[in-house]
Write a new protein. Structure first.
Length: 82
């Protein structure tokens, strides 16, 4: 809940974003979203952005799927960004 009476504190709910950077040598290839963590009343919710690892989709950073934490796609990718 947003409190208008005081400044935001460390205990206030917030959304957290994680990014992947595709650095190769000294050259940045891409920066793209990896995950978003949403606050919740009892537990946080993590949503992963998954990208192909090869082919045209990988070269273009085309989104392959979006998966929630605990789904098969998310567990195959690992807990990157959390």
């Amino acid at each position: 809940m947003q409190d208008h009476a005081v400044a935001a504190g460390s205990g206030d709910p917030n959304v957290q974003y994680a990014y992947e950077d595709g650095i190769a040598g000294n050259e940045a290839k891409y920066v793209r979203p990896a995950s978003v963590i949403y606050p919740g009343p009892s537990a946080r919710r993590v949503v992963y952005y998954n990208y192909p690892t090869s082919g045209v989709g990988a070269a273009l950073s085309r989104l392959d799927n979006i998966a929630a934490a605990g789904s098969p796609t998310a567990s195959q990718k690992g807990n990157k960004g959390s």
